[in-house]
Each structure stands twice: as structure tokens, then as C-alpha cells.
Design a protein around this ligand. Structure first.
Ligand code: DMJ
Length: 836
């Protein structure tokens, strides 16, 4: 936890839900970063780290963990560590004492994971108890019915390596069986797989299909299993799927999810950050052109937001603003540089590193971005940051002689762990399944460049990659994404377009008839119904969204923080609107009484400063008035619920007191207790603590550190009570204008299926885009002519002109249908649970 400078121990911190399933009290980060140390030529540190793992790590904990995460991060980490330990030992200088201890641990862990495969399908349960397996009731797991495709299909590299290193064939057998089952279950006409599957029946639970969350590394492992194990059947499967991906999902430069049964139909209008690995996989396959295109599109999204948001729409707005420092884009950049030698990719890498240092680096590491729009942090540095991000960025810039071994002798697992290619010829006792006859005859032209020799791929043409990128230069700023158009076009040829939620009218008998039909059994109707429900819920959540304000940021700028720590703050529905005014900068002081519910007894201490007040005992507006009367230039309300944190709670917004709050002119922000205590601890340690209150963290540059530190008194002059009152007139004016502007610009955004059920509880930071983005979108829509956008604009106009028509009324008649679809919607949540 890079903000609080502690390790995250499961059970000792408030649960963050499924994301904690990666934590098994097994020193995850230490194990996941073992082989990174060797890549970075930190041999001595590697030796120490291995000793620590052997001395301290216990794998027999009564903890329920994700089988997928444990496999890729811990089993993979141990095997990567072992691979490089034996390499070093053989060189004769380091690790001379090493006697396969990491491998023994890996084997022990492998056996602990095996009970998860006790299903008729051979697909593993998604979770397992490290101590009790899936034995009930002690295990507290083993009741799940579904898993994600990537979760069941991302085992073969680690399991086969474990079998081949140890001679215990059972691991490779189990992983192969799970892959065979997934292959059998592919949708036979599209050759695509869904996102989640029932581990007992093999039915697809979520029938949407993409290359990102929930499926990503299944494809990666088919191709890499071929590379590592030399088994043609894996390549044939991969090629069959790849052909389908390029036919349906790839809509260059976009990669859009489609339905497995109706692959010409896009399943959503947004993309997730996990798909950024795909250009790297395309390089490995040898299909460089689309890799360059998609990578370039992603890079432009990054340049717009500094990081790749967890999800972004086809018109490149933020859909889900979090960014946990995922490595996929750096991984693809590395592979593209290796393939093309184009220095452009070094520039890309430089930007990534600069952004990490500028926006994510904090005193105790690198903090995930809670919201790429505000630049606020989360107290979280996932183990893949060291395992993958560090490794790929280092390798991008490393010359051959910088690395003490030949990296070409290894394959990267999905967590960037290194497995030696010589395993392909060791302990090959697993019988290969001869299923060649099942493979579709493929158009060979697709594979002209498969397994290319990079020396001859771009002969004498250093401008090859650039010529592909050039037409995409402004794609993010100017595009009218064709993905959206395609959906509509597919129905222009005669067939009646399905009913879209935005067009639905409860009074239209034809619409009601279509709705009834959707409840019937045909799978096509069912899919239309499913999409209808998704859209309906998205639109209805948009209603709630409109009352919600975006998150704000509290940035600590004084020594020794210098702007490095940015805390996610909740906005207030009253007081100075930080999205329309320059940030407020000032030293902080606790008010007395701390709850701020009566006239302050220490006005001299808060005068000209930002007052800290505790939540509770009176209305927020009352607190604001009391600190404003004492001369404070701003206020931070700190939650009185001990342990609350923006990591686990949705964004909190402070409401007014139901009366006129125009008299409150100072900005007010809310911090949960954990973020608040970071400021309180800082005061205890450094006394003078200066912060910025803003809608977006100020760029931290070296100047911030050199900036003359204004004394608290100076600062108090910055925004004196007089200035506050003079700026208040401006506030009123701007507020009026902007509220009009906002209503004009309000723009329905879609939510992920996984978000849908949570629409009420999800943090607005994940739902709203900032006013600038709305504005851009309006401009963009003005230029676009596709039907989808026209319809969207139409529906906005209708709503605007008749504000009394509420969605509540429209939603009512379909309540019963909502119940029918409930099960599917729950399944949609799996995506977040399983991978995001
Ligand atoms: C990593 O743990 C792996 O790359 C995995 O396959 C999916 N993504 C995370 C990091 O984003």
C-alpha cells in the first residue's frame, strides 16, 4: 500500500471484494517480482529475495484465493524464479546453494490447486481454499457454478512447466483437459468463445466475446503453449480463433466485443484496458499491421488521459476512470519495438515512464490511479506492476548486453514470468490429442506472415510502421467509430432492426409486443431482450448519474510530498465549485470544536487556511458556515467512520441542508477516514501541511518542489475573506452558465454489464465524465453522421424538452422482464469478479 507504506494483509484491511482473491498471505509481491530482479541484473537482491521466500512464505493458509491469480502470479512467480535460479547456478557465480527449493514450493502449490479441477467438465472452480481445498464446510468455497474463460484457459504454461520440471505429469494433463473442454465448447459457427462458462454443464453463461477481460489470456496461452510445447493442435486452435477474431472482433483500430451467436452484432460500445495486450500477441503471431493500428489508437487514448482508463468508449471517452497501473500496453509496446525496431516505440515507452513518475510515483512506491481524470490515487500497487510493468519497460530500453542471459531462450507467461524454451523437449510424456480433423480449413493468406523472421519482415523499410500509423494519427480526436455504424448497417439490408431501449415507448403497442416476444424462448429474441435490458438499465442509471458530481482531489504539496500524494475527495453540492475555479491552495488546520458544529473557538488558527472538520453531529452546510465565518478559505470534512476508505466505498457527495446555501463561498471536500488520516498523520509529523483542493491534481513537476513555500500567513493573504466575497459574484455567474451548459451537454453514457446491477452503488467517479469531455463529445457528435449518434441526440432532445417524463414510468411495465433477466445480469458481474 504505497500511500500508507504498509503491506496489504488479507483480513487486516477492509475487504475490497473479489480483487482481494489474489491475496493468499503468501507474500504475493515478493514472489511475483523474483524474476524481475534477475532481468534488472539485481542478482544479489534476487538471492536475498529467494532466501526470504524460502524462509517466510507459508502456502498452507486458511484463505480462499483465485485459482487463476494464484496460478499466474504465485505458481508462475515461483517457476520464473526457479528458471532463473538454475540459469544463474549453472553460470557458476550466484545461487550455488540453490537446490530446487522454489520448484518444490511450486509443486506443493500445484497440488494445492488440483482439487479445484474436481468437476465433470475438468474446468476448475474459480476459487480454492489453500488449506482446505474445496472441502465443505471448512473451505468456504466450491459452490460456484461459473468461471471465466481466461480463468480456466490460462493454466497450461505454468502447469506444463511444473510437470516438465518435476516429471509429475498430472498438472499438464489437468490443464490440457480444461483447454480441450473449452475448445469443444467454442461456438461452432463463429469459432468464438464466451466470457463465462458453467463449469458443470459447459453452457456459456455470458455469450459476449472479445479479446479483453475474461477471455484475453486464453488466446494468449493457446499460441504460447504451441511455442513452449511444440504441439501443433494448440497452433491450429489458436489460428481458428484468430481467424474469427479478425473477422468479427477486430474493427481496426478498435477491438469490439460481439455476440458469439451473432458475431456481426457488437455487444457493447466500449473497450477495456486488458485488451491492450492483444497487439503484443499479434506480434508473436506475426500479424503486425493490425497490431500497429490498435496500439496507436490506445496510445492516443493514453496521451489524452495520461493512462489507459479501465474502460473507454468507442468515441474514446472515459467509461471507467480507474487505472491500476496495468502493464498490457507496455507489453505490446515492447513487442512492437522488437518487431519493427522503430524508435517511435521508444518514445512511447518514454512517455509511459514519464507519466508514471509524474502522476503515480509516491513516497512508498507507485500508486494506482483511482481516477485518471482527477489524478487521484488509490492505496494500491498490484504485484503485476513489478512483475510486468517494470520488466517490459526495462526490456524495452535494454540492449542485449544489459541482460545477463539470453531472453530469447524464454517465453513470457501472461504475468511476464520467464519459462525456458528447452522445456519443449523435456518430459514429453503427455499424449497429444489428435484432433486435427476438427479444425476448419483456413484461408492461408491470413497467415502469410506467421512466425516471421523479423530480419526480413521490414527489409530496408524503417518507415513501414509509420506508414500504418500515419492515417490513424488523429483517430481519437476526430473519429466516428465504424463499430457503431456496423451494428445499424447490418439491419439495413431488409431485416427489421431490434428494438433499442432508447427508442422504447411504453404506450406503443408494437413495442409492447416486441417486448413480450423477447421473453420467449428463441435464442435470437433472448439476445435482443438481453441487450434491451442492458440498455434500459444503462439509461436509467444515467438518470441517477445526472445528480452526481465528479470526484475531486486533495493533493498534498508541501515537503516531503511535493504533490506526490493525491487523495480522492468527495464533492459538495454547495460552496465553491472547483471544476469552474482555480484550485484552492492553503495550509491545513484542525478546527475547534473538531466537528465544526458551533462557532469556532480557534478562529486565529484556521483564518486563511483550509479547515479540517470531522463528519457528524450537524449538517455539512452548518460546518461550512462555521469555518467560513472563522476565515477559513476551504474545508475538508473527514469521515468519522473509522476505517472507511475510498478504496472500498463509493464516492461520497456532501448534500446541502435543503435550504439556500448560496452564502457558502468556500470549497468543501470530503475525505474518508483512511485518506483523512494521511493528512492528520502528516500534520503530526510535519506540522505545516499544505494542500491543493481541485477537480484534477495539478501536474507535479520539479518546479513544485522548488516553488517557494508560501508561509501559512502569506497564504492566508491569498484568499482572504474579502477575496472570497468578491469571487462569490463570479461564482454565481459561472454557476448559472455552466448549469445550462451541462444540461445541453448531458450525454447518455453506457455502463458495463458488470456495473449494471450496481448502478445505484457504483461510485460516480466510475460513471461520469467531466464537463470538458462532454463538450468534446458534443462537438464530435456534431461531426458524426452515423445513425447511432443521431438517435442518441434525438433521445436527448426528447428528454430535454419534456423533463417530466421520467424513466421510472417507462421502466415500470418491464419489471417482470427485469426479473427474468436477473440471472444473466448477475452473470455479467463475473467479468469484474474474475478479472477486472
Ligand atoms: C496480469 O495479472 C496478467 O497479465 C493477466 O493476464 C491479466 N492482467 C493482469 C494485469 O493487468
Amino acid at each position: 500500500m504505497p500511500l500508507t507504506c504498509r503491506g496489504r494483509v488479507r483480513g487486516q484491511e477492509p475487504s475490497r471484494g473479489d480483487v482481494d482473491d489474489a491475496l493468499g498471505k503468501f507474500s504475493l509481491t515478493l514472489i511475483d517480482s523474483l524474476d524481475t530482479l534477475v532481468v534488472l541484473n539485481k542478482t544479489k537482491e534476487f538471492e536475498d529475495a529467494v532466501r526470504k521466500v524460502l524462509r517466510d512464505v507459508n502456502l498452507d493458509n486458511d484463505v480462499v484465493v483465485s485459482v487463476f491469480e494464484t496460478n499466474i502470479r504465485v505458481l508462475g512467480g515461483l517457476l520464473g524464479g526457479h528458471s532463473l535460479a538454475i540459469m544463474l547456478k549453472e553460470k557458476g557465480e550466484h545461487m550455488q546453494w540453490y537446490n530446487d527449493e522454489l520448484l518444490q514450493m511450486a509443486k506443493q502449490l500445484g497440488y494445492k490447486l488440483l482439487p479445484a479441477f474436481n468437476t465433470t467438465s475438468g474446468l476448475p472452480y474459480p476459487r480454492i481454499n489453500l488449506k482446505f481445498g474445496i472441502r465443505k464446510p471448512e473451505a468456504r468455497t466450491g459452490t460456484e457454478t461459473d468461471t471465466c474463460t481466461a480463468c480456466a484457459g490460462t493454466l497450461i504454461l505454468e502447469f506444463a512447466a511444473l510437470s516438465r520440471f518435476t516429471g509429475a505429469t498430472i498438472f499438464e494433463e489437468y490443464a490440457r483437459k480444461a483447454l480441450d473442454f473449452l475448445w469443444e465448447k467454442r461456438q461452432r459457427s463463429s469459432n468464438l468463445v464466451g466470457v463465462t462458462i458453467n463449469i458443470h454443464t459447459g453452457d456459456w453463461v455470458r455469450k459476449d466475446s472479445g479479446v479483453g477481460a475474461g477471455i484475453d489470456s486464453y488466446y494468449e496461452y493457446l499460441l504460447k503453449a504451441y511455442v513452449l510445447l511444440g504441439d501443433d493442435s494448440f497452433l491450429e486452435r489458436f489460428n481458428t480463433h484468430y481467424d474469427a477474431i479478425m473477422r468479427y472482433i477486430s474493427q481496426p483500430p478498435l477491438l469490439l466485443d460481439v455476440h458469439i451467436h451473432k458475431p456481426m452484432l457488437n455487444a457493447r460500445t466500449w473497450m477495456d484496458a486488458l485488451l491492450a495486450f492483444f497487439p503484443g500477441l499479434q506480434v508473436l503471431k506475426g500479424d503486425i499491421r493490425p497490431a500497429i493500428e490498435t496500439h496507436e489508437m490506445l496510445y492516443q487514448v493514453i496521451k489524452k488521459h495520461n493512462f489507459l482508463p479501465e474502460a473507454f468508449t468507442t468515441d474514446f471517452r472515459v467509461h471507467w476512470a480507474q487505472h491500476p497501473l496495468r502493464p498490457e500496453f507496455a507489453e505490446s509496446t515492447y513487442f512492437l519495438y522488437k518487431a519493427t525496431g522503430d524508435p517511435y516505440y521508444l518514445e512511447v515507452g518514454k512517455t509511459l515512464i514519464e507519466n508514471l513518475n509524474k502522476y503515480a510515483r509516491v513516497p512508498c512506491g507507485f500508486a494506482a490511479m483511482k481516477d485518471v481524470r482527477t489524478g487521484s490515487h488509490e492505496d494500491r500497487m498490484d504485484s503485476f506492476f513489478l512483475a510486468e510493468m517494470f520488466k517490459y519497460l526495462y526490456l524495452l530500453f535494454a540492449d542485449k548486453e544489459d541482460i545477463i542471459f539470453d531472453i530469447e531462450d524464454y517465453i513470457f507467461t501472461t504475468e511476464a514470468h520467464l519459462l525456458p524454451l528447452w522445456l519443449s523437449t523435456t518430459n514429453q510424456s503427455i499424449s497429444k490429442k489428435n484432433t486435427t480433423s476438427e479444425y476448419t480449413e483456413l484461408d492461408d493468406s491470413n497467415f502469410d506472415w506467421t512466425c516471421p523472421n523479423t530480419q526480413i519482415l521490414f527489409p530496408n523499410d524503417p518507415l513501414y510502421a509509420q506508414s500504418i500509423r500515419e492515417p490513424l494519427k488523429n483517430v481519437v480526436d476526430k473519429s466516428c467509430p465504424r463499430g457503431i455504424i456496423r451494428v445499424e448497417e447490418s439491419f439495413r439490408s431488409g431485416a427489421k432492426p431490434p428494438l433499442r431501449a432508447r427508442d422504447f415507448m411504453a404506450t406503443n403497442p408494437e413495442h409492447l409486443e416486441i417486448l413480450k416476444k423477447m421473453g420467449a424462448a428463441s435464442s435470437i429474441d433472448a439476445e435482443d431482450g438481453l441487450r434491451f435490458m442492458q440498455e434500459m438499465i444503462e439509461l436509467s442509471s444515467q438518470q441517477q448519474k445526472e445528480q452526481q458530481l465528479p470526484p475531486r482531489a486533495v493533493q498534498i504539496v508541501s515537503h516531503p510530498f511535493f504533490g506526490r500524494v493525491v487523495l480522492t475527495a468527495g464533492p459538495a453540492q454547495f460552496g465553491l465549485d472547483l471544476s469552474k475555479h482555480k484550485e484552492t491552495r492553503g495550509f491545513v488546520a484542525s478546527s475547534k470544536p473538531y466537528n465544526g458544529c458551533s462557532e469556532l473557538t480557534n478562529p486565529e488558527a484556521v483564518m486563511g487556511k483550509i479547515a479540517l472538520i470531522q463528519r457528524g453531529q450537524c449538517m455539512f452546510a452548518e460546518k461550512a458556515r462555521n469555518i467560513q465565518n472563522a476565515g477559513a478559505i476551504g474545508g475538508i470534512v473527514i469521515d468519522d467512520n473509522e476505517g472507511s476508505s475510498s478504496d472500498t466505498a463509493p464516492l461520497f457527495q456532501m448534500a446541502g441542508d435543503g435550504k439556500d446555501t448560496d452564502d457558502i463561498k468556500i470549497p468543501m471536500l470530503f475525505l474518508f477516514s483512511k485518506e483523512g488520516s494521511i493528512i492528520l498523520d502528516a500534520i503530526r509529523e510535519y506540522e505545516e501541511v499544505e494542500v491543493l483542493l481541485s477537480d484534477k491534481a495539478k501536474d507535479r513537476d520539479p518546479e513544485m518542489e522548488n516553488e517557494e513555500q508560501p508561509s501559512s500567513e502569506n497564504d492566508s493573504q491569498n484568499q482572504s475573506a474579502e477575496q472570497i466575497s468578491s469571487s462569490s459574484q463570479e461564482v454565481d455567474l459561472v454557476d448559472q452558465e455552466s448549469s445550462e451548459e451541462n444540461s445541453l451537454n448531458s450525454h447518455p453514457e453506457s455502463l458495463s454489464p458488470a456495473d449494471m446491477d450496481n448502478a445505484a452503488s457504483i461510485s460516480p467517479s466510475e460513471q461520469t465524465s467531466n464537463p470538458t469531455e462532454n463538450h468534446e463529445t458534443t462537438n464530435l457528435n456534431g461531426e458524426c453522421t452515423d445513425l447511432d449518434n443521431q438517435l442518441q441526440e434525438q433521445s436527448e432532445t426528447e428528454e430535454d424538452s419534456n423533463p417530466n417524463v421520467s424513466w421510472g414510468k417507462k421502466v415500470q411495465p418491464i419489471d417482470s422482464i427485469l426479473a427474468d433477466w436477473n440471472e444473466d445480469i448477475e452473470a455479467f458481474e463475473m467479468m469484474e469478479k474474475d478479472e477486472l
